[in-house]
Design a binder for this molecule. Structure first.
Ligand SMILES: NC(=O)c1ccc[n+]([C@@H]2O[C@H](COP(=O)([O-])OP(=O)(O)OC[C@H]3O[C@@H](n4cnc5c(N)ncnc54)[C@H](O)[C@@H]3O)[C@@H](O)[C@H]2O)c1
Length: 390
């Protein structure tokens, strides 16, 4: 069995999720395809680096990711830093011959994402992007049903990923509100997940007509303040312009002719982390909401008028990811969906086959193309087209 020396760059929110998934991997998938060893955790903040080493059980920690490339102990790198660092870190890791699992959005622009994809392919390393929602049982089940033709010809899709955490104008500035660090706002953050699901289910998007909005245009700078928590007055050191979208709405058309909507927002009171996908076809329809992640709602024309109505299917052993638990309804949640991604990543490493990953750099690039087009459409007011020859 291959050994994987895994090092993680970024010990924040995603560092915790990745660690839980990596630790769960050999428990859910036994025997594992590879033997994973938690080599090094990197965070530019020395206190976070040290805490992460102890809390997450890594062999060592450092504040400079370049340290990982000085020996062969690290064979795979997880990139869980703010978005603007994805490209330089990934390119350095590829140059050092490491397999790479990068968080989403893959890059700040589609051009950057393409460069990363080409570099990974040329180097022959395994590459994956953390669009983990396509790994959810319900989403995989809907894809299976679409591919089997159960819903007939698909007419429409609704892709909605809405949150509320950005609403308080007193909540402090952070990298997610800063275009130089995040690229875009809610669009690349949660919108990218919804777009990835749309493409996973229905293929490439052809064109978009979009409107981005920034509702709070300036925020307090308060170093050390927590996301969405109002900082104390003595923490505030100034004001900074918010130059990303708080909310984005698009009409989209797929290459297949399916039309639909994307709505992503961090300004929806009461919606904490709501990812809803709906598809409607000639023979039936399906609805999924991550608020109830173990259920899919379906309706079929063949139900007849008398019995017509959405009914609930409980995800279980008969469905995708059914090997995780012996009964329906036990749950494929946030940690499990990341673990499903890791299984694919480790299978790809074990078999030296990049095609086995759940979501590749190419998939990440295709999402970045749509994100770029949405941004441009909101600026120009025009329909913007995606280059699907690439
Ligand atoms: N897949 C998902 O569900 C999901 C959810 C949230 C975030 N993300 C993505 O994960 C990435 C990280 O987001 P987060 O929420 O964990 O952010 P975060 O701000 O909580 O953590 C980022 C960490 O990176 C560290 N860091 C910054 N510069 C660094 C450097 N040069 N070297 C090493 N460490 C550095 C920071 O100190 C911080 O601890 C982003 O790309 C984000 O879009 C994905």
């Amino acid at each position: 069995m291959k050994n994987v020396g895994l090092s993680m760059i970024g010990g924040g929110f995603m560092g915790k999720l990745h660690t839980l998934a990596i630790q769960s991997y050999p428990v859910y998938y036994y025997p594992p395809a590879v033997n994973v060893f938690k080599e090094c955790v990197v965070d530019v903040n020395p206190a976070v680096a040290e805490m992460s080493k102890i809390r997450y059980g890594f062999e060592r920690s450092t504040t400079d990711y370049h340290d990982l490339f000085e020996d062969d102990k690290t064979t795979a790198v997880v990139v869980a830093t703010p978005n603007f660092l994805h490209k330089p870190i990934v390119l350095d890791a590829i140059k050092a011959g490491k397999n790479v699992f990068c968080e989403k959005p893959l890059a700040m622009t589609a051009d950057d994402a393409w460069e990363m994809y080409e570099a990974a392919q040329k180097a022959g390393v395994i590459h994956a992007v953390g669009h983990n929602n396509r790994a959810l049982s319900g989403i995989r089940f809907i894809k299976k049903m679409i591919d089997e033709g159960k819903f007939g010809k698909i007419y429409s899709i609704q892709m909605r990923y809405i949150q509320s955490w950005g609403m308080d104008p007193e909540a402090p500035m952070q990298w997610r509100f800063d275009a130089s660090k995040a690229g875009t706002g809610t669009l690349g953050d949660t919108g990218s997940h919804a777009l990835d699901i749309g493409r996973y289910l229905l293929g490439n998007i052809k064109r978009v007509s979009s409107l981005n909005s920034t509702f709070v245009k300036e925020r307090n700078v308060a170093a050390g303040a927590l996301l969405s928590k109002v900082p104390d007055k003595d923490q505030i050191t100034g004001r900074q312009k918010v130059d990303v979208d708080d909310d984005t709405k698009s009409v989209v058309e797929f290459e297949s002719g399916v039309t639909g909507f994307l709505w992503s927002s961090r300004f929806c009171i009461g919606q904490e982390d709501t990812l809803d996908i709906e598809i409607y076809g000639s023979e039936g329809a399906a609805k999924f909401s991550r608020e109830r992640p173990n259920e899919v709602q379906v309706v079929f024309k063949s139900d007849g008028d008398e019995l017509r109505g959405f009914r609930t299917i409980k995800m279980g052993p008969a469905h995708p990811n059914g090997e995780l638990w012996p009964m329906a309804d036990l749950g494929v949640g946030y940690v499990e969906q990341k673990c499903v991604e890791y299984k694919a990543f480790f299978d790809a490493i074990a078999n030296d086959d990049p095609s086995l990953v759940s979501c590749s750099f190419y998939d990440g690039f295709k999402v970045c193309q749509v994100v770029d087009a949405i941004k441009k459409s909101s600026e120009t007011g025009n329909w913007e087209y995606i280059d699907n020859t690439k």
